[in-house]
Design a protein around this ligand. Structure first.
Ligand SMILES: *[C@@H]1O[C@H](CO)[C@@H](O)[C@H](O)[C@H]1NC(C)=O
Ligand SMILES: *[C@@H]1O[C@H](CO)[C@@H](O)[C@H](O)[C@H]1NC(C)=O
Ligand SMILES: *[C@@H]1O[C@H](CO)[C@@H](O)[C@H](O)[C@H]1NC(C)=O
Ligand SMILES: *[C@@H]1O[C@H](CO)[C@@H](O)[C@H](O)[C@H]1NC(C)=O
Ligand SMILES: *[C@@H]1O[C@H](CO)[C@@H](O)[C@H](O)[C@H]1NC(C)=O
Ligand SMILES: *[C@@H]1O[C@H](CO)[C@@H](O)[C@H](O)[C@H]1NC(C)=O
Ligand SMILES: *[C@@H]1O[C@H](CO)[C@@H](O)[C@H](O)[C@H]1NC(C)=O
Length: 517
């Protein structure tokens, strides 16, 4: 005879919630405006709502964010299901209710919390819900009656989704408590418990293991150990719930950003480019070995919606393909210092990062001693803007990658250019290592990049695209300097005219008001 217990998979039973509603009449209460069954709370009525509802599930909403809208939709659907139950849903617009959010220590964009019995200080954090089912499952699992979680394991066979099955010898063991605690925190995952020896034999396993199944195929097994914590179990499940490599999209962003794995390897690559398949395959081939330690994510630089993410990492589409590692604990990023992105290179980069040996990508390298004594000035992040944007000088900067042969091939040219221009006091020839310094300028073109910052204009930059010969570079520089002078003259002229016109206008107004007196 089978003895199987299954939790979460089966038809959702609302009976947990449909306990007698002991709340007094709550109809048409003007102090609690509702929209689609969700209370709209503010500083003025929050405390009263806390006192009135025994379980108050609050969405601290940033209404303009995609996630905020998704959670709002989930709340509306869940509110319909939860009518007449002990749980009341509410929303607080954190953009409008800044004081209240601060008082309640709300941080982060989307936060959902359950306030119980009016206790303001100890809300239970609710995992960011994907949809209303997440909310309902979470509440139900929290209510925690194991009895209504029993079902037949054979139902799992059809499921495409991940199912987590715990095989336990003793259902009173603390392993089972831990397993349940993980189930509460992962309401979007199916959980089941069984003591069925048949199944254990099928997979050739011992008791007290947690299995991850997809279509009854075993993906991974985790042996429970005395030192196993809820967090360890959650990491194991959420990591293997994802493929080894995930594309960053609107759908996967939440899963990626809420992953308990806090080291991310990011491959920025153009999906439409010729080399995509090979690089993606190398990335994918490396990922498995770093499961549980590093989350592998790739980003299509040809997708405009990824612009903000790329801006954050200061990656320009023309620099792709490139790989960054980011430590989400301290937000330090590391740049893979190579032109070749094969399995061996990626693997040793990831390993050196985990060993604490990788060199972080810094805002700026320290200013090198004697940086302005050589013909070619060696700039760093800290000095770049000061030197390049100095309106007294015309500055020609080579942005290079030290590991790239194409970049290094330009060093002699730059020395020659500096030599050719050494008598020109208003001209500076310089270079900067773009892999070691954050370049805070919007540039077009991949590295190496030759950029001119003409005098007179602060913050203007022209990218040189011509022949890589000293003669052509100097010609370009002279032309741009003359252009800058001409435009600057015209601009000054325009500004003078504008100021005169403004003055005249003011005087006229003054005369008018005099007349009125
Ligand atoms: C907010 O945080 C402060 C300091 O950590 C704490 O004293 C206060 O009780 C918290 N308030 C709430 C409502 O949790
Ligand atoms: C990625 O690697 C895994 C093995 O780790 C393999 O099963 C899978 O087919 C690969 N996927 C792609 C798209 O190459
Ligand atoms: C990506 O590659 C395709 C094909 O080479 C090209 O047309 C497109 O402009 C590239 N996109 C970016 C953002 O570089
Ligand atoms: C990530 O940052 C945290 C905090 O600085 C640090 O403790 C941890 O060792 C870092 N991880 C790696 C792999 O460098
Ligand atoms: C530019 O030259 C003027 C006049 O010599 C000087 O006053 C000013 O400080 C210089 N600006 C910079 C940024 O060096
Ligand atoms: C980068 O530029 C932006 C806007 O120009 C500025 O707000 C920011 O402070 C700069 N960051 C660094 C590190 O220089
Ligand atoms: C303002 O009024 C004075 C005399 O009242 C006149 O001379 C002057 O031209 C006026 N200016 C303008 C701008 O109308």
């Amino acid at each position: 005879m089978r003895t199987q217990l299954l939790l979460g998979v089966t038809a959702f039973c609302l009976c947990v919630f449909v306990v007698a509603d002991k709340q007094p009449d709550r109809q048409a209460d003007k102090s609690f405006p509702e929209k689609d069954g969700v209370l709209q709370l503010k500083k003025g009525n929050f405390n009263r709502a806390l006192r009135k509802y025994k379980q108050l599930l609050v969405h601290f909403s940033a209404p303009l964010s995609g996630e905020g809208r998704r959670i709002s939709a989930a709340f509306e659907d869940a509110a319909a299901e939860l009518q007449g139950s002990e749980v009341k849903l509410a929303v607080i617009d954190v953009a409008k209710e800044k004081d209240l959010a601060k008082e309640l220590n709300v941080t982060g964009l989307a936060t959902v919390r359950l306030y119980i019995s009016g206790d303001k200080n100890n809300p239970v954090p609710c995992p960011v819900p994907q949809n209303s089912a997440s909310i309902l499952t979470w509440l139900k699992r929290r209510a925690g009656s194991a009895a209504d979680l029993i079902a037949d394991l054979s139902q799992l066979d059809a499921s495409e989704d991940l199912t987590v099955v715990g095989f336990f010898k003793d259902l009173n063991h603390e392993y089972v408590q831990l397993f349940y605690a993980a189930a509460i925190d992962l309401p979007d995952v199916n959980f089941a418990v069984t003591q069925n020896n048949e199944v254990i034999t099928k997979y050739g396993l011992q008791h007290d293991v947690v299995l991850l199944l997809k279509k009854s195929q075993l993906i991974q097994a985790y042996k429970m150990m005395p030192q196993t914590s809820k967090e360890m179990l959650i990491i194991f499940i959420t990591v293997y719930q994802m493929d080894p490599v995930t594309e960053y999209t609107g759908q996967t962003a939440t899963q990626i950003l809420t992953s308990p794995v806090l080291n991310h390897a990011l491959l920025f690559v153009n999906k439409s480019s010729a080399g995509f398949k090979e690089i993606h395959s190398a990335f994918n081939g490396t990922a498995e070995a770093f499961r549980l330690k590093i989350l592998f994510v790739w980003v299509d630089v040809d997708e405009p919606r990824n612009g903000r993410l790329m801006e954050y990492f200061r990656v320009r589409s023309l620099e792709a393909p490139l790989i960054r590692l980011v430590n989400l604990t301290d937000h330090v990023t590391y740049h893979l210092p190579s032109d070749t992105l094969d399995v061996q290179t990626i693997k040793s980069f990831c390993q050196s990062y985990l060993d604490g040996k990788a060199k972080p990508k810094m805002q700026s390298e320290p200013i090198p001693e004697g940086w302005d004594k050589q013909p070619v000035k060696e700039l760093v992040g800290m000095t770049l803007e000061k030197v390049a944007f100095n309106p007294n000088n015309t500055v020609f900067v080579l942005f290079y990658l030290p590991y790239s042969p194409e970049s290094r091939a330009l060093f002699p040219l730059w020395e020659d250019l500096a030599e050719a221009l050494k008598e020109r006091e208003d001209v500076v020839v310089a270079r900067i290592d773009a892999s070691a310094n954050d370049i805070n300028m919007s540039m077009q073109g991949a590295y190496p990049s030759l950029c001119l910052f003409p005098a007179l204009y602060a913050e203007r930059m022209v990218v040189y695209q011509g022949k890589r010969k000293v003669k052509d570079l100097v010609k370009f520089l002279d032309k741009e300097m003359a252009k800058a002078k001409k435009y600057r003259f015209k601009e000054d002229e325009d500004r003078r005219k504008y100021i005169e016109a403004a003055k005249a206008e003011e005087a006229k107004k003054a005369n008018q008001s005099k007349d009125e007196l």
